[in-house]
Design a protein around this ligand. Structure first.
Ligand code: ZN
Length: 496
């Protein structure tokens, strides 16, 4: 393994050549003006290693490569990186960053001569962080984004609202954050809260963008709404009394489907998101919405009659369609958890809505057949990073769908060969999700995320034919040193 580059995710093609590149430090990066931004970011990331007196790594702009593709050539006397766009060049420089963290021997950078051609299998390679159940600080989030970008992850899905706290300031609804961001933490007998200001949100978005990561916000509607209802009780079916939840689970109190004011709130939330987030996507949640209150609520019953629907649960499709349409007026495409697919004739899920498959991959497969774009994040296939690494009493985490070993995460295939080609074309990619019911500290979050996210990164980047778990395990031995150099916590137990 010593002469290997041991890059994760594994590149599409690595051809080793005779000879070795040796240098007393990491050469600086110089190149085409189009790459000024990425060169600046990468130079900052590797500032401790770079020796400006050395002949530089040449960053060349060439035509004919896909936007995220790159070539990297390591010769005895120089290193050349090529890409057609800043995203591709960023990936090239992150591959060099990995080598800069693992291939120094006694103060000398030693690399085998090689030619790498690389590009992603999927365009959506993400991580979701639940910042409602636990409020992760902005410096933590930025550092995490920086580390995942080294693995060519390109989407940060920011879960901003849930029963346990609303973290997004909405000017027209100040109580969402004044009241809805705060809960009584009964286990530790303290008050728990936190919001992200407009400036902090922009700071995270810009920081991620400089690392070629797109930030996608999620506001969960119409369920997981205890924080909303505590702030504005008239939006619920019973009027309360509500409280921001400290327990976990699925709660009966959801937004009242018979109250038009829920759409006034949604509109102002969407206006806020459109103002702050440049991404074309907004995640609207849509998961785990029990119709219990809708069944008993006079306003909801009236709505049901007016719409000619039969079952209270069908009100969710009507709400979802409205939310998706409202977002399109803002030029945004809605993403929802796979429950949004359980629609009703007359209120079918609009074609452009993207389905995020979490209850296994079944929902995603069905959605792709129906022509929806899909993001795979099956909890049964290693994408739920809050699950235990191992079924062992000493391991932290949930066990809802069993343990998620690194091997299970690695084996995840967003578009297995069993899916028809035309359906597979709708599968944008996949991601890991960290729910934070139990994960009460950034360092703890890292332990749950790594190295499973390294495995997921390979599952969404590397061609299926190049995947090999034994080979990955060997490269991971080297890669763990890189994570250690970056001060990232990681699980170190058995992998399968
Ligand atoms: Zn109601």
């Amino acid at each position: 393994m010593k002469n290997e580059l041991a890059v994760i995710p594994k590149p599409v093609s690595v051809k080793y050549a005779e000879g070795t590149f040796r240098s007393k430090g990491l050469p600086p990066f110089k190149g085409d003006d189009a790459f000024r931004g990425v060169i600046e970011t990468a130079s900052y990331q590797m500032k401790d290693k770079i020796d400006n007196s050395l002949p530089s790594v040449s960053c060349e702009k060439i035509d004919g490569l896909e936007p995220e593709a790159y070539n990297l050539e390591i010769k005895k006397d120089r290193i050349t990186a090529q890409a057609s766009s800043p995203a591709g060049m960023y990936h090239a420089l992150q591959t060099i960053r990995q080598l800069s963290l693992s291939h120094f021997e006694d103060g000398e950078l030693v690399l085998p001569c090689a030619k790498i051609n690389d590009y992603p299998r999927f365009s959506w390679r993400g991580l979701m962080l639940d910042c409602s159940r636990y409020y992760y600080s902005v410096p933590f989030i930025k550092n995490l984004i920086d580390v995942i970008s080294m693995h060519h992850i390109n989407k940060f899905h920011w879960h901003l609202t849930d029963d346990q706290g609303w973290r997004l300031p909405v000017p027209e609804y100040p109580l969402l954050t004044e009241v809805g961001s705060v809960r009584k933490d009964n286990r530790r007998r303290r008050v728990f809260g936190g919001i992200y200001s407009d400036d902090e949100i922009k700071e995270v978005i810009d920081y991620a963008a400089s690392r070629h990561i797109e930030t996608i916000p999620e506001v969960d509607l119409p369920g997981h709404a205890c924080a909303i209802l505590t702030s504005y009780p008239s939006l619920g079916c019973t009027g309360g009394k509500y409280h921001v939840e400290d327990r976990f689970g699925i709660f009966k109190d959801v937004l009242c489907a018979g109250n038009d004011q829920i759409f006034d709130l949604a509109e102002k939330v969407f206006e806020t998101l459109a103002r702050l987030f440049p991404s074309k996507y907004v995640h609207i949640g849509g998961d785990e919405v029990p119709p219990t209150r809708w069944k008993a609520c006079p306003k909801c019953k009236k709505r049901l009659e007016e719409l000619g629907l039969k079952k209270p649960a069908e009100l969710q499709s009507w709400i979802t369609v409205k939310l998706v349409q409202m977002l399109s007026k803002h030029g945004k495409t809605a993403i929802g958890w796979d429950e949004i697919l359980e629609d009703t004739p007359g209120y079918q899920l609009p074609n452009d809505a993207v389905v995020m498959s979490w209850r296994g991959s079944k929902g995603g497969k069905k959605a792709s057949k129906r022509g929806h774009n899909v993001i795979m994040t099956p909890n049964t296939e290693g994408c739920y990073l809050d699950y235990k690494h191992l079924d062992h009493p000493e391991e932290p985490g949930q066990m809802y769908a069993g343990a998620s070993t690194v091997y299970i995460s690695y084996s995840m295939d967003p578009a297995p060969s069993s899916i028809k080609k035309e359906d597979a074309s709708h599968i944008l990619g996949g991601q890991g999700n960290l729910w934070s019911e139990l994960i009460y500290a950034g360092k703890f979050a890292e332990y749950m995320i790594f190295p499973r996210l390294c495995a997921i990164a390979e599952a969404v980047w590397t061609p299926r034919k190049n995947k090999d778990f034994e080979d990955f395990s060997q490269r991971l031995i080297v890669h763990r040193q890189r994570l250690d150099c970056l001060g990232v916590q990681q699980y170190r137990g058995v992998l399968r």
